[in-house]
Design a protein. Structure first.
Length: 341
């Protein structure tokens, strides 16, 4: 079994007969819905035909005029059509409820060992291979590319490893790295690492298929584990050095949420920025000086010393969605960018 990037290990660890049953049941539900959808255009026609048939029988018995046939057929058409639609909806609802209950059964499984099932269920003989988008043992957990960029790492990559009791901690079967360029964004690195997934996975599966069982243990003394990123993590802290802030802006490239700050109480997204050429002293967050195509902001916890480079913002997005060159947005110098409104 192979678990891909972004999968939840709690679900992967519960592979077995029950998960297969859910998949089959989902297919059955899809087939039933598809069959009803295929028949639905014919329901009004069938209903109309039924109305005409009953009306014709009434005429033969002398109990209804031709006008009555048409009226009766119309009413019968509506009645049978609504009965058909109601039956369809009830059938779909029943199938959905049943599928949800089966899925609940799977999610409630709590096997004694994370890679063992209940009642002798069939599990992968050779274990489960996980594909993680970092160079393990570093950057286990969530958003490894973004964290690695912010921290100034020189490379990112993809690791294929066997799963064990701990998250992203099993023996390494294969690993490939790619360098982080000085202008790379997280989006660029995402595409570069995606290109590594196939060869790393194929190579790892080849080793397993060849009968290998001994792989490279992770050096747990080098392990680091990162949480999911949230809105707070994209907010700019002007006490950070400008070099770190520039990497944060590149790490939060679209489609990821942009790095942001506040100006005059309103949220301001920073879409592009560079480290300033000049060194600027004062209070972190001060809107200080136009430098080239950007506007330099004082940055760094020790900015008061005057030895720090600033962050030269070149492009912004306002709270109402307007994208502007920073020199067009900051029409005058002075004032502060802040972490809160």
């Amino acid at each position: 079994a192979v678990r891909g990037i972004g999968g939840e290990p709690a679900l992967v660890r519960r592979h077995g007969a029950r998960s297969a049953a859910v998949s089959e049941h989902t297919l059955t539900t899809a087939r039933v819905s598809a069959n009803w959808a295929a028949l639905s255009p014919f329901v009004p026609a069938v209903a109309l035909a039924a109305g005409l048939a009953f009306g014709g029988l009434a005429v033969l018995r002398g109990g209804m005029s031709v006008g009555g046939i048409v009226a009766f057929a119309g009413w019968m058409s509506m009645l049978v059509m609504w009965v058909g639609v109601l039956t369809l909806r009830l059938s779909q609802l029943s199938q959905a409820v049943t599928a949800a209950r089966r899925l609940q059964e799977v999610l409630r499984l709590r096997p004694a060992h994370p890679l063992a099932g209940e009642g002798g269920e069939a599990l992968p003989r050779h274990g489960t291979l996980n594909i993680h988008d970092s160079l393990l043992p570093k950057y286990a957990g969530f958003s490894p590319i973004i964290w690695a960029m912010i921290n100034g790492e020189s490379e990112v990559g993809v690791t294929a490893h066997m799963m064990n009791d701990e998250l992203d901690a099993g023996d390494i079967v294969g690993q490939e790295a790619v360098a982080i360029g000085p202008k790379d964004t997280a989006t660029d690195l995402f595409h570069k690492t995606v290109d590594l997934i196939a060869p790393v996975t194929v190579t790892a599966l080849g080793r397993i298929a060849a009968g290998e069982t001994e792989f490279t243990p992770q050096d747990r003394s080098q392990a680091s584990f990162f949480h999911k990123r949230s809105d707070v993590d994209t907010r700019i802290d002007w006490s950070w050095p400008a070099e770190d802030l520039e990497r944060l802006v590149r790490a939060q490239s679209e489609p990821y949420p942009s790095a942001y700050t506040f100006h005059k109480g309103k949220r301001l997204e920073i879409l592009a920025a560079v480290v300033s050429e000049g060194r600027y002293g004062g209070t972190p967050g001060r809107i200080f000086y136009r430098e080239g195509e950007g506007v330099a902001i004082v940055a760094g916890a020790d900015a008061r010393t005057g030895r720090n480079h600033g962050l030269a913002i070149t492009r912004v997005r306002t709270e109402d969605g307007r994208e502007l060159a920073a020199t067009d947005y900051f029409t005058s110098m002075g004032g502060y960018l802040t972490t809160r409104p």
